[in-house]
Design a protein around this ligand. Sequence first.
Ligand code: NDP
Length: 294
Amino acid sequence: MATVIDGKAVAQIIRSEIADEVRLLSQKYGKVPGLAVVIVGNRKDSQSYAGMKRKACAELGIKSFDVDLPEQVSQAELIKQVHELNVNPDVHGILVQLPLPKHINEEKVLTEISLEKDVDGFHPLNIGKLAMKGRDPLFLPCTPKACIELLQRSGVSIKGKKAVVVGRSNIVGLPASLLLLKADATVTIVHSHTSQPESIIHEADIVIAAAGQPMMIKGNWIKPGAAVIDVGTNAVDDPTKKSGYRLVGDVDFEEASKVAGWITPVPGGVGPMTVTTLLKNTVEGAKRYIEQNN
Ligand code: NDP
């Protein structure tokens, strides 16, 4: 049976490390890290993520700045708000909650975030540096960074291993594959046009699944002893639940946990790590900024 990687427990350890860092910054410089979350419109999921982030910031002594803009806000006004946050010395991280309404060009807005405050790591220059040998981006995208951290803290070595990433989105699959490559794995990406994904996945010592396809990866697709990080978070109907649904990953956990060496559950694996990684990025950004400006 696989070792189940407890994302909640790892996140808790990282949160206490973050709290220590925040205390040190405050003692040494009398300053606290600040994270600005910009939300456009009233999407329930965006509001709920923002609420989670606000609560986590409060628990760790990080100052939150909320910018709530109406659905109809113009792109120019949104960019103006981002520029104001760029020059605010109390803000060390800026996160623009995605998706944005259709009339706003997401790429244009993300490019306006100061590189030094791009805690989501989605600025094209940060992603570009991630893809280049010998370059280091200022920030790494949160969910992929969380996947690598879970592997490392579970004692899974990456160097020289065969890794397969399922999915190639800008926010998870692609940066996860680049991070594995930087860590010296041999990386293959599986996407929706890949034929016979099962035979490719079966070769992998490390699998990062981020396709958004409920339980697509079966137990017999997994190489015995492999480390499986399941990013997928999919709601499936479940009449036994009060809500009428439950969350499952992209991996069939019950089958795969009998074959894998390590596996993350859904929920309770990557999910709790993502917000924690955002806070870690914010504190790293704050430390860099405060040390340079003192
Ligand atoms: P996207 O929909 O943006 O990307 C999905 C990717 O998976 C695409 O590259 C797509 O390929 C590929 N794909 C889709 N179907 C298949 C298939 N049958 N076989 C192989 N590849 C396939 O999703 P995200 O990257 O945003 O998210 C992926 C999952 O991770 C979702 O379930 C999401 O909820 C979850 N997630 C969880 C987070 C967390 O913190 N735990 C954070 C972010 C996301 P193609 O490019 O060819 O279309």
